[in-house]
Design a binder for this molecule. Sequence first.
Ligand code: TPP
Length: 578
Amino acid sequence: MKKLLLGNEAIARGAYEAGALFATGYPGTPSTEVLEAIKDYKEVNTEWAPNEKTALESAIGASIAGSRVLVTMKHVGLNVAADALFTLSYTGVNGGIVILTADDPGMHSSQNEQDNRWYGLFAKIPVLEPSDSGECLNFTKLAFEISEKFDTPVLVRTTTVISHSRSVAEIQERKNVGLRPLEKNWQKYTMLPANALLRRPLVEKKINDLSLYAGESDINYAEYNDNSMGIITGGASFQYVKEAFPDASVLKLGITYPLNKKMIKEFAKKVDKLAVIEELDPFLEKEITAFGIKIDYGKNRLPSIGELSSNILRQSFGKNPTKSFEKSDVPLRPPTLCPGCSHRGVFRILKKLRVFVSGDIGCYTLGALPPLGAMHSCICMGASIGVAHGMSQVRKTGDQFKPVAIIGDSTFFHSGVTGLINAVYNGSNILVIIQDNRVTAMTGGQPNPGTGVKINGQAAPRIDIVKLAEASGVKNIIKFDPYDLKDTEEKLTAELEKPGVSVAISTDPCVLKYKIKLTPLRVELDKCTGCKICLSVACMALNWHPDTKKVTIDESLCTGCTVCEQMCNFDAIGVIDG
Ligand SMILES: Cc1ncc(C[n+]2csc(CCOP(=O)(O)OP(=O)(O)O)c2C)c(N)n1
């Protein structure tokens, strides 16, 4: 049966049809919908892990125990899981392990742009790249076969457009492969140097065998048309190539690592000019050049930054662009915190206190943007505490310098808690603000270990952040209500004056996830002086009218959080009858 599926839904379906019994991962755009889709297949035990490394480690356990398992993450998530990945390449698998890495060229929702095909080369594992939802489903199923046949984890790499586009996929029945026998093979799974030395040559052999397999696999195929130009491509780039050069000969690679030299040589021989068209890095280009095959067009024509499009390809090859829907046709809407967001008030206060704010990744990163403008660094998930600690170690208390780290609950569980332990252990002087909105909001509201529910909605133990901070050795722990600006300012100021590590936990839940709406506020226009101070909290519910020089409140957006009311010096905002 044919079905229109999102790329991510198709990957979930593929793992289901392949008989996976376990699926795990950590949310991150553009990968998140895979686990959200697979959780609806009751045969697959699905869970959110607190981070990607834990997810991959659980997957390894499930595999050793005999199950096929899917692990999902965004591109930067694989950096977190990389420690386990590089040794998993040595141990291999029992039940097949398929790792989805969803890359984000163009950084639609990411802190960097990285091309995770390199992980294939670096960790010596195969990489499959689907070009539409049908391939997402089929390649995921095939990836399980490859994983078990070659005793290796397999990376399925998508990019945002593949994960988030809908196209047709062929649905089939689930193959109930069940559990393989549990292996207690210590030489295979215990990577002491002596055992790793034995496994090391097997890793090379596996890649050689996979390269031969790539030469025979029908997901690598050549289409010969006009042979004046032959294009080697894969993934999303294949779609752009088909639109921009419908008549060209194409070698479509479903397996983009390892490559098969013979296959590529044969294709190159049959065409006059050889082009390699790929998004981001010259990954295929470098591999093919290393085979001694001359490439006429590659990154000498194409950008290695951002997403490609058929028009970028056309223009790079001197053709006119076609009229198409381009990003510039869409009105620009700067990202901003939701009206009533519990993160807003704290940034207002931090700006007022003129502290250095070491930020982290989550909705609260928007506190860096003007007019809130109260975050001064943000590197990667969990980094806020480590960065603040490092600052405190070189600018001591005598300078009256106490950096503030701000981090969300999901990010704290992900990798912030180790930073906190380090800060206490090494005698830091920092204030850590944990914005506990009881959800992983940034990626669409997934539960986390502090939420009290699992991915399937079942109740789960709620990890207590206060107890965790206490157990980490923090002496000063307070809670504050971020909607009460006075209380927030007083409590944070008091903690900034104490030496050592303080933890301040903001206790209000996400308004969007928990659908919080109190009575909306209004502006009493007679009292509004047009001073605009209320606009400094960057709330979408507030509108400025240049003609009347007054502010009004959009009642459909206002949640009644009162932060703007507390900002107003003229009592012009409040719940007004009538
Ligand atoms: C290593 C890594 N994994 C996943 C992501 C995607 N991501 C960005 S922020 C975030 C978590 C945000 O949750 P939280 O810290 O609770 O803040 P909130 O958005 O709820 O304010 C995630 C999962 C990422 N950027 N990096």
